[in-house]
Design a protein. Structure first.
Length: 291
């Protein structure tokens, strides 16, 4: 493995850290929207410190990559998986937070060599490119084999525009003020075509969310996915956890000034993630009851 990979020469952008334990295992680690290399390297440190081999991968926003959440290729991860396999890693996990969690789930549903998924604050549908100025484009967040993956549309925003939707939201008499972005997803047109087919994964999976995620309804997504996996007799291990008092910062290592109450949930998530990776490959199915 090389210390770093570039989109231009390797087809994906990443930094490699070889671990001191579990020589046959590696994990592809990804963050969420708007996170540069510095944030990704900082937040992936707990797995590296635990001795795991980690490939910190950028799927957008990194230097030299698009700043738009539009048609991000699943092939970035596919190429990374191939590189890991060519270097002797037989068991490959993938980790994502927020939009990276949705990307991780989609990648695992399409790439059968991924044997573990750690999905933190996920959404279970692919949605269209977010747009603040101008009309929504209808372009998908992700692409596969050169074509946009089917995506859900932000119906309310299409009718009123971003700022019109925001003005309408501010008129609401609700205890959940400050959750405008979440409301866009709650009113999106979710279709079966745009659903991430988690039942097609061939991986153990850990799904983690806060009960009231202010960015998007990740707890609802976790419950829907856990239900689908149970209904389809998914043969791999599943654990779904919803923390009652966490936030969308779950799974990150924010600056000291941010931590306060969120820090304990970061630690809890780190422990859960590391434990899931240690136990990857064990037989049997487990559906958590605290969702």
């Amino acid at each position: 493995m090389k210390d770093s990979y570039s989109l231009k020469t390797d087809g994906f952008s990443a930094y490699w850290f070889e671990g001191s334990k579990h020589k046959d295992k590696a994990i592809i680690w990804m963050h969420g929207s708007g996170m540069n290399e510095k944030h990704c390297l900082a937040d992936s440190k707990y797995l590296r410190d635990a001795g795991y081999s980690v490939l910190v991968l950028g799927f957008y926003f990194w230097k030299g990559m698009s700043k738009k959440m539009r048609a991000i290729p699943v092939e970035y991860v596919e190429r990374a998986v191939t590189e890991l396999k060519n270097n002797g890693y037989e068991k490959i996990g993938i980790h994502g937070i927020s939009s990276g969690a949705a990307y991780a789930l989609l990648c695992a549903s399409l790439i059968p060599d991924i044997s573990l998924v750690l999905s933190i604050c996920p959404f279970d549908y692919v949605v269209e490119e977010p747009k603040i100025i101008g009309k929504p484009t209808g372009r998908s967040w992700f692409s596969w084999r050169g074509k946009d993956y089917p995506c859900a549309l932000f119906t309310g925003q299409r009718e009123k525009g971003f700022f019109g939707s925001l003005r309408e939201y501010k008129k609401q008499d609700t205890e959940h003020q400050g959750e405008f972005l979440r409301s866009l997803y709650e009113h999106a047109t979710l279709t079966e075509e745009s659903r991430i087919k988690v039942e097609k994964m061939k991986a153990d999976v850990l799904l983690v969310a806060p009960e009231r995620d202010n960015e998007w309804p990740s707890a609802d997504a976790v419950r829907r996915m856990a239900k689908k996996l149970e209904e389809t007799s998914y043969p791999y291990r599943v654990q779904a956890i919803v923390y009652p008092y966490a936030s969308h910062l779950l799974g990150t290592n924010p600056p000291e000034s941010w931590k306060g109450g969120s820090h304990e949930f970061y630690i809890a998530n780190a422990d859960q993630t590391a434990a899931a990776f240690r136990n990857e490959g064990k037989t049997g199915r487990k559906f958590a009851e605290n969702v």
